[in-house]
Design a protein. Structure first.
Length: 255
């Protein structure tokens, strides 16, 4: 069996560690090296820059940060590797860069690699289609106190799924403060709660007259995301250049 050879960007972080420990027991994939701004001894070579990588690989898993995005995209392009972009917090310019590189690189990008959140995207869109304008949609996300970006990429992804049901006419409103006036109909509120060691919780609330419907997802460990990243890494090699997401992977696995 040929093993999928993986470079882990952000190898010394929490998610990098989860990916590495799962790969230790995976006969079909292996970590050839890591790239991390702050290298540690983790049992594989770790470089501070892609320019120093010597190992041959098939794919990059990126669990680092938006910083240095162009270097990893350029490395993937130059070496004909796929890349799983799992970092969050990308700016609009970053998104445009990713789109540009997807003309020559197979890019798997999602802010949430869990199967449950993928299903939740479909559920909230269906709920929005049924409930329509009569229900106010508010999204509450909760994460640990070390998370750098807010709101979470997953909260934005869920907002996008709801918004699709309204032909993208809704406006996203962050944590309200002061005399903000009555809630406008075209708002989707998005609120970020930070504390302790919460792995990641997302609640989409549809508040109507005299009733509330909530759809929630709670990640109980970061392992669930590492499992998804490795599935995505195995999916990417041999794929044509372009953008891929969880639903493409699930369609292929269930075909
Ligand atoms: N898509 C998903 O399902 C999913 C799930 C969990 C976390 N994430 C995202 O993954 C990222 C990492 O999360 P984490 O909890 O492991 O964070 P972390 O802070 O524990 O680890 C990040 C690691 O990346 C390194 N790093 C940062 N910038 C770098 C760069 N430019 N080049 C190389 N290395 C760099 C850091 O030194 C650190 O070791 C975050 O953006 C987080 O939001 C995504």
């Amino acid at each position: 069996m040929t093993r999928t050879r993986i470079i882990i960007c952000g190898a010394c972080g929490k998610m990098g560690g989860n990916v590495l420990s799962l790969l230790a027991d995976d006969p079909a994939a292996t970590a050839v090296c890591g790239v991390d701004l702050y290298p540690k001894e983790i049992g594989i070579p770790v470089y501070t820059s892609f320019a120093d990588v010597k190992e041959e690989a098939d794919v990059i898993i990126d669990f680092s940060s938006p910083v240095g995005l162009v270097d990893r995209l350029e490395y993937a392009k130059a070496h004909k590797l796929g890349i799983v972009l799992a970092s969050t917090g990308f700016t609009a310019e970053d998104q445009a860069l990713i789109k540009e590189y997807s003309k020559s690189v197979a890019i798997f990008k999602t802010a949430n690699l869990s199967l449950g959140v993928n299903l939740m995207q479909a559920l909230v869109k269906a709920a929005a289609q049924v409930l329509g304008e009569h229900y106010d949609v508010e999204i509450i996300e909760r994460h640990h106190n070390l998370k750098k970006d807010a709101p979470s990429g997953t909260a934005l992804m869920l907002a996008d799924s709801v918004n699709e049901a309204f032909d993208n006419a809704k406006r996203y409103v962050g944590g309200r403060e002061g005399i903000v006036g009555a809630r406008e109909k075209n708002e989707i509120g998005i609120h970020a709660v930070r504390g302790g060691t919460i792995v990641g919780e997302h609640e989409v609330m549809f508040a109507g007259e005299d009733e509330i419907i909530t759809i929630t997802h709670s990640a109980r460990s970061k392992r669930v995301f590492a499992v998804g990243a490795i599935r995505a890494a195995k999916f990417l090699p041999q794929k044509a250049a372009g953008m891929y997401e969880m639903k493409d992977l699930l369609a292929e696995e269930n075909a």
